[in-house]
Design a protein around this ligand. Structure first.
Ligand SMILES: [Zn+2]
Length: 112
């Protein structure tokens, strides 16, 4: 449910274990520093993103919508499944509680 696999893909086992421990105990600052996220060249995602074709598929297959983790990666601009540009939803990740539940729906994902 997190971007842990993305940010640790090329890290040593030792760093991965340190980051995992820091996440468990809630040391956000040390995670950002250990992984170099603060100095990451690709900008951080500030609004949740979605693909309209994925949403249509989710609704048909599961009867509900959800946020895809791979759409929220900092350098991802295109849906890996449909090769369409990702659209920006209305959910801002800054200035609000990170523990808030916000469903993917027509209001948060106003796709065209
Ligand atoms: Zn898609």
């Amino acid at each position: 449910m997190t971007l842990y696999p993305y940010y640790t893909a090329y890290q040593s086992q030792d760093v991965r274990q340190q980051v995992r421990h820091a996440m468990r105990v809630g040391e956000d600052g040390s995670v950002l520093l250990r992984l170099g996220i603060a100095a990451f060249r690709a900008g951080r995602v500030t609004q949740l993103r979605f693909c309209g074709s994925c949403l249509a598929q989710m609704r048909e297959r599961y009867g509900e919508l959800y946020w895809r983790r791979d759409h929220q990666l900092p350098s991802a601009l295109v849906c890996p499944e449909h090769a369409k540009l990702l659209q920006v939803g209305t959910v801002r990740l800054t200035g609000c509680s990170r523990h808030r539940f916000v469903p993917a729906d027509r209001q948060t994902c106003p796709w065209r």
